[in-house]
Ligand binder design. Sequence first.
Ligand code: DO4
Ligand code: MG
Length: 275
Amino acid sequence: MKLFRTTVGRFVEQDGHFYRIEKLTWDALLAHEDLEGCLEAVILGEAPTSEFQTSQLLAPIDRQEVWAAGVTYYRSRGARMEESKDAGGGNFYDRVYSAERPELFFKSTASRTVGAGGKVKIRADAHWSVPEPELTLVVSPRGRIIGYTIGNDMSSRDIEGENPLYLPQAKVYNGSCALGPGILVTSSPLPQSTEILLEIVRTGRIAFAGSVPLTELKREPKVLVEYLFRENSFPNGCFLMTGTGIVPPSTFTLASGDTVRITIEPIGTLENEVA
Ligand code: DO4
Ligand code: MG
């Protein structure tokens, strides 16, 4: 079952049919501890609608905060040690990769987040920018994983590489986050065979493509959530990006006009142009 937020309202998709959700707001839905059960009850006996259009999709976020985990894949650890070695930051990434406590950072709010078809941004004061394709957890106010979406943790590698203390500037700016296309609503963990795929298209050609299986994610999603919820409350629920395992080579930087396409079956594909 999938949940979508659009310019004309909220929709549930089940078995290829779409149903409108009239009464519950987006925040009320994401605050539900049993979202799957709630949606099943909402669509029971309802007639499907043909009003759903992908061109009307919005990011699946309202008052939720977006947080992110870092250095959860070996590839991210290596790339960051390399980019920060002149600044003496390399050791920190190695240490956080093996530490018991994960790296968790504040990533975005609804105003800085775009949905499928929206434009992500690269900072004007950065010269080395990459997308980070990340499985993103949808978490209820009590810290239950109630679904999954796809996230793009846009990052300015030169800014983070100059000094790890610049991380918030490298990560949090207008258009630095994409989420979507919708939410796969399930309380079951995704199969370990799940793959994250990234394609970057430039002038009609694939400029970079990569993939990573979920088996390479070093930390368990529920443990990341447990750390996030320590001494922190999320009355509207929240999103937690689980880190990137795909990093383009150091010679690659995003350019305006590129298309970033991230696919995680069974969630779908999140596609965004770079502004
Ligand atoms: O440590 C800095 C950020 C790491 C990150 O965003 C990632 O590994 O995905
Ligand atoms: Mg990331």
